[in-house]
Structures are given as C-alpha cells and as structure tokens.
Design a protein around this ligand. Structure first.
Ligand SMILES: [Zn+2]
Length: 472
C-alpha cells in the first residue's frame, strides 16, 4: 500500500569534517585492514562504535536522492523539506571496479586500477564487504578466485551480532557479498547454501536474515531454510505478522520467492524494509558485544534499470523509512555508527529533459501502484492499457496519452516502457541508459568514527573503514 509522502523530519548537529588521509581517493592498495592500528578509526579509539549499521541504496545516485526529496516535499509549505539523511552527508564514493581484462598479462596494469570501468553490484558490494577491489560479477572473491574475508564474518568471529536485510532475495549480489563467496553472482543455490555452511563459533555467520529468496533456500536438492531451523535454532518466518511476533535470537525471514514487491505495491502480509530493519535491530541489540547490520534498499536499482521513475521513488521511500529506523536507534543509543551510501548509480537519471527547466513530481504523487503492476494487470486482463493506467493514477489521461498507450505491443517490456514514457513526459524525467553509470555516489555517516569520513573515497577504502569499525 502506498504511504503518504510525509516523512518524519530530523535535524542533526553538524559533523566535524576531519581529513582522513588514510581514505584518500588514491587509496587503492589491495590489502585488507590490518590489526596494527593503521586506520583513522583506531587513531580515535575513544570514538569506537559498539554497533555498525551499513545501509546501501542499490543504484542510488544523487538524482535518485533528489527526486525523492522533491517528491516528499510538502508543496504547501515554503522551502524544501530536507530528507532525514541530508544533514549527515560527509562525502562521496567512487565505485570503480577492477578491469574485466585483468586475468590477461597484457592488461595486468588495468587490473591494478581501473577508473574507466563501471561497476556492477557484485564488485561494489565486495569492496564494501571486504575492503578489496575485484572484477564485476564476483562475490567476495578476487579476479583469480582468492577468497576475501568479509566484515560480517569478522564481526561473527568476534561474537558480535550480525544481520543482512534486503528487499531483493538475500542471495542477490549485495547481501550475498557480506555472507558468502562465489565466482559468479548468478550462482544463487551455491550462495544460499553458504547461509548455513559458512559458520563462525559453530553457528551460521548471519544471525538475522530478512528479505526474499524462498526459491533459492527451499530447493528440491536442498532445503537450507529447514537446516537453519532444525540444526541451527533459527525461527523461520514467511509473513509480516510472523516476523513481528517472532521472539528468537536467530531469525530467517523469507517473504517472497525472489525479490519483495515494490514498496508501493506491497500487500500487508509483506513487511516493509523499515519493519525488517526495526526487527533486525531489536534482535541484534540484545548482544552485549555489539552488532554489524547491513540493510539494502535493493530495488532502487531494479526500477532504474527499467527507467521507471515511479518505481525509483517508491523504493527510495521504503529505503528512507529504513534509514530513519537506523538513525532513531543510533540517536537514542549514542554508540552506533550509521553509514549510508550506494554501490553505483543506475539509469543515468536526469531531472529535467528536452530543454525544459523543470522536474515535476506532481504526477508521481497521483500514481497508486508502480508501472510494473499496471503492466501485469493489463496483461492478465481484457481491458485496454489506457483504462488500466487511468484506473491506477489520480490524474486524467489526455487523448494523446491514451492513444500512445493503446499502440503499445501486447508484450510486457513494451507495455512497461509505454507507461514509463507517459510518466517521464509528465514529470520531465530523462535517462541515458538501462544500465549502470560511473558517477560517484553520495556518502552519509553519523555516530562514533563517522568524523573520519570525508571527501571522495574509493569503495574498497570505505570497506576497510567498516572492517576497522568492527575490530575488537
Ligand atoms: Zn543494477
């Protein structure tokens, strides 16, 4: 169900910006954080966090953030309402992966450093999870198959609470990179197996696992969910009510076969990202050793791949509400580091197009379900597409718009594109690609240690910072 765009507002004290030489733009060394105290976080030991919450908006560039800020603004009030995380912007992340040609001797230099490649989610998540650079497609492995240990594994080995929460299947690239290792992000069954097989202190490394992915966990050849329940004491929950009432230190929540429905399209049986985040924090904060939690707003990226601005805003809304949960907890406790960023930008999203100097959020506030659902409803029924769309939005379609919708070929990608084009033209939204772009992404942080983040960092340097933050 779509929520009103009103969101709670928060203000933050300005953060001291300390130049952290350790994390300069050229910090592209391949070694993980060392325990010898070389990091800025350890240099300020009294500001060491007890808990670390890392939130990632997959595909969330500056344009995705700004689109949501304008969408969420109350037009009846003067001035622009800030987003709950606007006040903690500390810098930017350059997410360059290794060159895809780095196995070849001829391209060995490209393997060392490749600012000209555009990352995928696997490579960028690997950089954040392990502090190491890799090629696209790898899950916490090097281009040559070297296994990189992850911040979540390190936290688990030290007895901390650990969790991953996502709106994708939890076997998808970002959560996978914190929990597992694979030569290809597409090896979903192999990744699911590691949610049981990868253990620290006799227990699976991820204590709380919430998202989609029943298809990968409950297979004919192996039921990883049953093993987690029967052999490792997890409680399995498969709907929102069961998750809310679960009272277990080890929790597996699988709410969809693959990805969860979009935030605006979600039935009441599926928890929001904010509710999953709240639950994960409730469980993990019982641990006196502190915890590491990764939360992903996974489908900002999926919507942007489809050049679907309504979907992007829907997913930014769900992700922002999850960020508020994390920030509320951090503010209350004072001992929790919250870091928010993205793995890359998706879509080359542009606010304004065709020489028109305006981006108009109004029509998005009148869209009741995302275009993917409208397309599904059209393909499953008898009504013309123009009637299906007219029934899903609160504005009147023009005759021209009706005609262009009804000319779309009766095929899902053509139908989806026709609806998106209508919304793009009404809002002046532009796109340059259906893939990722190499733009730097925003970096937000607050809490103990956050004063060491400033300027433009490489993503693997931020990964080393996270590893340092959980060193005990
Ligand atoms: Zn993507």
């Amino acid at each position: 169900m779509k929520m009103s765009p009103n969101i709670m507002r928060h203000t933050f004290r300005p953060l001291a910006m300390v130049l952290a030489i350790t994390f300069s733009l050229n910090a592209c060394a391949q070694s993980p954080a060392t325990p010898d105290g070389s990091s800025a976080a350890q240099a300020t030991d009294n500001s060491r966090p007890k808990n670390v919450i890392f939130l990632m908006g997959d595909g969330m560039g500056y344009a995705q953030v700004k689109a949501y800020r304008i969408f969420a603004d109350d037009p009846a009030k003067a001035g622009m309402d800030p987003l709950p995380f606007d006040g903690i912007l500390v810098g930017a992340v350059a997410t360059d992966p290794l060159s895809p040609h780095c196995d070849s001797d001829l391209d060995r230099l490209g393997c060392e450093y490749s600012p000209y490649e555009v990352t995928d989610s696997a490579s960028s998540a690997t950089a954040y999870a392990t502090g190491r650079d890799t090629v696209n497609g790898k899950i916490s492995e090097g281009h040559d198959g070297e296994r990189f240990s992850t911040v979540l594994e390190l936290a688990a080995q030290q007895g901390m609470g650990t969790g991953v929460v996502s709106t994708s299947q939890v076997t998808h690239a970002t959560p996978a990179a914190f929990v597992s290792h694979a030569s290809s992000r597409r090896n979903y069954p192999e990744i699911a197996d590691q949610f049981f097989d990868s253990q620290a202190n006799g227990k699976p490394v991820a204590q709380v696992i919430l998202g989609g992915g029943t298809r990968d966990f409950r297979r004919e050849d192996r039921d990883v969910a049953a093993e987690l329940v029967d052999k490792a004491g997890y409680t399995l929950v498969e709907d929102r009510a069961a998750m809310m009432s679960a009272d277990s230190d080890r929790l597996l929540g699988l709410f969809a076969p693959i990805g969860l429905p979009r935030h605006w399209d979600r039935p009441d049986t599926v928890p929001t990202l904010a509710e999953m985040t709240r639950k994960a924090i409730d469980v993990l904060s019982r641990d006196e050793d502190g915890f590491f939690l990764m939360v992903e707003g996974s489908q900002v990226d999926w919507a942007a791949h489809g050049n679907d601005i309504a979907g992007v805003v829907s997913e930014m809304e769900g992700f922002t509400q999850a960020i508020e949960v994390a920030l509320d907890f951090a503010r209350e406790k004072g001992d929790t580091l919250v870091v928010i960023t993205a793995d890359h930008e998706t879509g080359g999203l542009s606010l304004g197009r065709d020489h028109v100097y305006a981006w108009l959020p109004g029509p998005l506030r009148e869209v009741n379900v995302t275009p993917a659902v409208m397309a599904e409803q059209f393909l499953a029924g008898e009504k013309p597409l123009s009637d299906v769309v007219a029934g899903s939005v609160d504005f009147e379609l023009t005759e021209e718009e009706r005609q262009s919708l009804d000319q779309a070929e009766r095929e899902s990608s053509a139908v989806f594109a026709a609806i998106n084009e209508l919304i793009d033209l009404r809002t002046n939204t532009g796109w340059t690609t259906g893939g990722h772009t190499g733009m730097d992404v925003p970096l937000y942080a607050t809490g103990p240690g956050s004063e060491d983040l400033a300027g433009v960092m490489q993503n693997e340097a931020l990964g080393r910072f996270l590893i340092d933050a959980v060193q005990r």
